[in-house]
Ligand binder design. Sequence first.
Ligand code: SF4
Ligand code: SF4
Length: 171
Amino acid sequence: MPDQHDDILRDWRENAARNEDRNFRFLRSLRMAPSERRVDALAGALHQEAFAAIDCTRCANCCKTMKPALIEADLKRISRHLKLSREAFISTYLETDPEEGGYRMRALPCPFLAGDGRCSIYEHRPKACREFPHTDKKGFSWRTYMHADNTLSCPGVYRIVQEMRIRRGRF
Ligand code: SF4
Ligand code: SF4
């Protein structure tokens, strides 16, 4: 029996690319919204709704298709957990990020994605993975490009943006 999770993922697969331009324009228009606080409140509520319905272990698209950046604290924490030196961890798993500088995961899917869709280093995962997809953080209106890109990678973000467009009268 398809459940809400399946409905959200099917809608995302079928419609996210088709709605890319419309969603980008909508996200850009949020910069002009009269109340940034109300945008954040609605985004936060929709984030809770979306991720209560989605089972990320049955999606894992971010871990399959995106390379998280790692900050120095991640390098220390994860290499210690894996009982590797910092240098061995970098040479085994990471590459230099050509756009941002610093390091990012080298392989796709992520080598720490387990067969059951879970993260095998969950307690130690990078900060970027903990914070993804950033839809429940303050300043939603100002992350236009990030959220627009993520509608194509994350069914949860697509759902949140679609619902915001429907409910935009609230702000
Ligand atoms: S892409 Fe989005 S919905 Fe899918 S696993 Fe990642 S955070 Fe969850
Ligand atoms: S470290 Fe874990 S949460 Fe981050 S991309 Fe890899 S499998 Fe996903």
